[in-house]
Every structure is written in structure tokens, then in C-alpha cells.
Ligand binder design. Sequence first.
Ligand SMILES: Cc1ncc(C[n+]2csc(CCOP(=O)(O)OP(=O)(O)O)c2C)c(N)n1
Ligand SMILES: [Mg+2]
Length: 677
Amino acid sequence: MASIDAVADTNALDRQAALLAGPTSPDRCMANAIRALTIDAVERANSGHPGLPLGMADVATALWTRFLKFDAADPRWPDRDRFVLSAGHGSMLLYSLLHLTGHAGMGIEELRNFRQLHSPAAGHPEYGEHPAIETTTGPLGQGLATAVGMALAERMMAARFGKSLVDHRTWVIAGDGCLMEGISHEAASLAGHLRLEKLTVLYDDNAITIDGGTDLACSDDALRRFAAYGWAVKRVDGHDPAAIAAALSAATRSRKPTLIACRTIIGFGAPHKAGTAATHGSALGAAEAAGAKLALGWDAPPFTVPEDIAEGWRRAGSRGAAARRSWLKRAARHPLRPELERVLAGKLPDGWHAAMATLKAQFAETKPKLATRQSSQKVLEALVPAIPELVGGSADLTGSNLTQVANMPAVTPGNFAGRYIHWGIREHAMGAAMNGMALHGGLIPYSGGFLVFSDYMRPAIRLAALMRLRVIHVLTHDSIGLGEDGPTHQPVEHLAALRAIPNTYVFRPADAMETAECWEIALRRNDGPSLLALTRQATPPLRTDTAENRCARGGYVLAEADGARRATLIASGSELGLAMAARDALAAEGIAVAVVSLPCWELFALQDEAWRSGVLGSAPRIGIEAAGGFGWERWLGNDGCFIGMSGFGASAPAEQLYKHFGITSDAICAAVRKRVA
Ligand SMILES: Cc1ncc(C[n+]2csc(CCOP(=O)(O)OP(=O)(O)O)c2C)c(N)n1
Ligand SMILES: [Mg+2]
């Protein structure tokens, strides 16, 4: 056997020929089942990515037949290992594995319908399409960061519930693309720092991406890079089952996260296209497909697997059955079982609401004039003791986001008993890892960051929305109201951009009471992310009623007009106070206007038409928000008027900025007078 470095220099087709010479080993036969199913499904769909499944089949076979702890009979068993195909384009690898190991719901019909409407075998793996798909992948690199969150959640849950209930590993297959993406740098650095030793990344080191060789754009030494992050690293021949198994076995003993670079040939088996980008993302074509099967010694008809090979795979599918049964027995008599079941079901603890009710009563009585970020901190002071599964963090802005409260020790390297994560300045990895924590189950993660830098984690918010995950992002410094830090830090387009993501609740509460209400909704929500846009500057108390969570309607009349409405002022967050001041000034002139609070567009849009039209009224509408007006026409109609930002902000004290940009109660009054004249 040539050394692995010599292998790297060998022409792919020569190397392939050497690997395919001689009799086919049983391991190779198992792997060839993945290859044949992939070829058939991609040919039939005439679309898809055969290169990765063909290249990584040997590695995946070693993992799934000898190491991955799973039981196909119950893919949601809580103590299973997690498998993440970060290189989601290679989805047929996962679907073939699920099929071969006997998972219900991934039969041959599903594979025949690869990439067709309503098939769980979608173009890229989608969470929710099949219970064994652990996460949605496709945006390269995010799967790896999501897996870091899963591995972190496992450690945190083990610290809480003990090793007898929580003791599993996280395995990732990532490609060149995943490793090139910035998020992999953030996530791997964090995993190394925290010493997530039960995380293993199998890197499909095929040196090919879409445009051609990786040398077009990258000359990193991935192993040295990961070693510098504090990972154990190893390079193996990705077509040598014994070498792969030895590396996987070492990974299970490592005290560090492990990267195994698997030297593979993309499109392994394809007689002419192997080793080239041509196999990456299109069907091989009839001749090349037939040639590949011939080269692999595969002569079964399409979509069939010879019984002896199928039997071997089915055995692999039930390998974990005994481990699952003994876990179930242990769990059944474990004193923490009810609590574990509760948190895994995502059910909030009894009594959490009492803590909120007490706080709201306090807000009603003391009428605090606080920045909404401070109100959020008070909410957390009430919630954190009441909800043990709530875990926080910030991307290095803890003192600004006010996300860490008493009795919330930090997670530190090797010690996962804490409840607070210093994510470092890594917003994208933070967002994706929080998705991983939510997917893992048992924890409700919230973050801290500046609203303006939500752009840096937007792709993870998008996936949280797509996967319907309960993650909460505390995004402070939500407008020009942050003042002196200037336009680089002042969000202008961010509210609109975040509101544009489907299934995402964007909250912009106006005072302490609304902040409490929005937090309450975010916590109850179990089918998507919630974002809280909070101020740096103080806002006046506007609400003292507590009987009903009025933010739950998304928008409501805060103050009806005294008399027939001449205009309706619609505002969110820090501008609601300006609207109330304008209402008073106008009332003194005999102009009766109503003020509507609109803390959450998405919830407001969900209300029935009667509620919405009752709130918005038929009088002229004026929208006020210290942000760009993009999208406001939805509420203001064609003849509405918007008072807000029309470009970037500036560096100055907040009060001056509000005046400079004309977001004042005077400006609101002037707009109303013009309309009612
Ligand atoms: C963030 C992101 N950018 C771009 C793409 C489009 N894309 C899909 S696969 C791919 C190349 C990936 O190369 P590699 O990971 O080496 O996969 P291989 O070709 O080896 O299968 C690209 C650019 C993507 N899916 N995600
Ligand atoms: Mg590649």
C-alpha cells in the first residue's frame, strides 16, 4: 500500500484502477451499495450530486457499520449519536444509508423519487422530512457549526443529567466547501477551545469543488489549521477501510475534537469522470453510470441490492438495539427521568409563568424608565431561575446585551456545568451552534449580539426559521438611538431584512412591560426563531396593564383617540414614546389621534382582518420607526406617511441624531397637521 502522501500525488484514475484491481472486499461491497443507489437515484432524477456519495462511501460504511451508535427502529432515541452531513449536496449518501440500514420511511420508492415534490429524499437533507435527518444542510459550513452546537449540548446535558442518561458522540462529514467557508473557522476554533472531545469531523479531502481543483482558490493546510485550533488531526486514505476504522477508533479515545482528512477520489468508480469536478453535481450519464457499475463489479438491476449485502446493512441498522434497550432500562428507573423527558419534549416547567407574572406586576407598579435591553435583563433575572433549560450567551457583548444574570456561570473548556456561553466574536457560528443545541434537544438557547451584526448570523437565523427551531436572539443597540458609535453600528435595513425571513418573529418592544410580553411569546413559541430588537437608550413606561399579553396580537391600540380618529400613529420600540408625546400635543390642538403599538409584524399579520382593520383604522396613517421604511407600506397603505430613516445614520449623541434625522414628536405633529388640514 502506497503511503497516503504518495497517494495524493497519484493521478486519480491510476489510483482508482489500483484500488479496483483484485477481488472486492466485503467492506467495499457494502460501500458499493451506497454507490449503486446513488447512481440510480441521480440518473433517474437526472439531477443531483453523485461525486460525494461515491467518494465517501467507504468512509461512511466504516462509520455506520462499526462506530455510529444508532438503532434504525427508533431514530429519535435521545442517546443516539448524531450524524451531520454538512456537505448537504451529497444527500444521496445519507438517504442510501437510511435506506440500507432499514429506516422506515426511506424505502426504495422514496429513493426513486429523489428530488421530487413530497419525497423525504429532497435535494438537500431537510430536517423534518425524515426523523433520522438531524439537521437541514446545504449552506456549506453551517452543518459543521450546527454539529458543534449538538456536541456542546451533549456535554451540557451530560453535566446536568449524568453519563448514564447522556453519553453520545457527534459525527460530521464535511467537504472542501465546508472547510473554506468562514463559519467553519469560527466553529472549529470554538470547539477546540471548549475541548468538545466527542466531536469528530470526517473531511472529504478530495481536492475538488465545482470550479475544479481546490488549488484554484485555496492552499490551506487544513490539518495544521485544525491542530492550531486544538484538534487532534489525522490523514487517511479514504478508500482504505482498515485505516479509516483505525482513525475513527482513535477519535473515540481522543481528549480533543478530531478532524480526519479522508483522501478520496470524487465520483469513485466512474471510469472517466472520477477525480474531476464533472462528478460533483450532475448525473453521470448512461454510459458513465454503466461503466461505473462495471468497474465496481456491481451487476444488480437498478434500485436493487443483492440479498447478502442488504442483510449486512440491515444488521448494521440494528447494531445499536441492545444499547438502546439498556438505555431505556436505565432511564426508566432514573430519578431524573421525568425532568429529562420534560426538557426533551420542549415543555416549559410548571411555575415559570408565576415568575413572569410577579415581574409584570412589579413593572406595573414601579413604572421603570429603562432601556429595553435592561428590561430584558430583568426578565432574564426572573426566567433563568425558573427555567433550568434556558441557556444564554453572547458574541462578546455580554455587558452591552445584558444577557448574563446571577447564578449563570459560564461554560469553560472541559467544564459544561455552566449556563452561559461566551461565544467569542463569532456570530455566524453562534447562530448555527444554537440551532444545533435546539436540534439536540433539552436546552433553549438565547444569544446576545448587536442588531446590526445580525447580518453576520443571518444564514443561521434563516435555517432556524426553515427548521422551525426555538432559538431566541437578543439583539440590542437597535437603531440610531445607540448614538456615538455611528453608522457602522446603527441598523437601518436590518428590521426589514429580518422581517423578510419567513417564520421569524421580529419583536421590537417599546417599554419594560412589552419586553416582558415579547420574551414570554418567544419562550412559548416552539416552531421557529424569535428575535428581540432592543434599545441601548432608556424608553418611557407606556404600559401598566397586565391582564392580557397585548403583544401577542402583534399590534394593538395603545391609546385610542379622544373622539373620532383624525389620524393613526403606528410605531414600535423607542418611537412609541414619541408617538404618545405627539398624541398629547395634538390633543391640545384639538386633533384626536390614536397610537398603535406594532411590536411584531408577523403576529399582527396572523390576526384576522377585523382585528387588523380595527387597529389600523381608516384615518390617515403615520408610521414611525427609527429604521428604513422598506415594507411599511404594507401597514400604511398608498397614502400613508413614514417617519424614519432614509439612509445611513451618523456618529453623535442619540438625542441629536433623532433631531438631525427628523424623528421627533414635532415632526409627527407636523405630518398629522398636513394630513388633516
Ligand atoms: C454557502 C454555500 N455557498 C455555495 C454553495 C454552492 N455549492 C454547493 S457544493 C459547492 C462546492 C463544494 O465543494 P466540496 O465541498 O469540495 O464538495 P465536492 O465537490 O467535493 O462534493 C458549492 C460551491 C453552497 N451550497 N453553500
Ligand atoms: Mg471537494
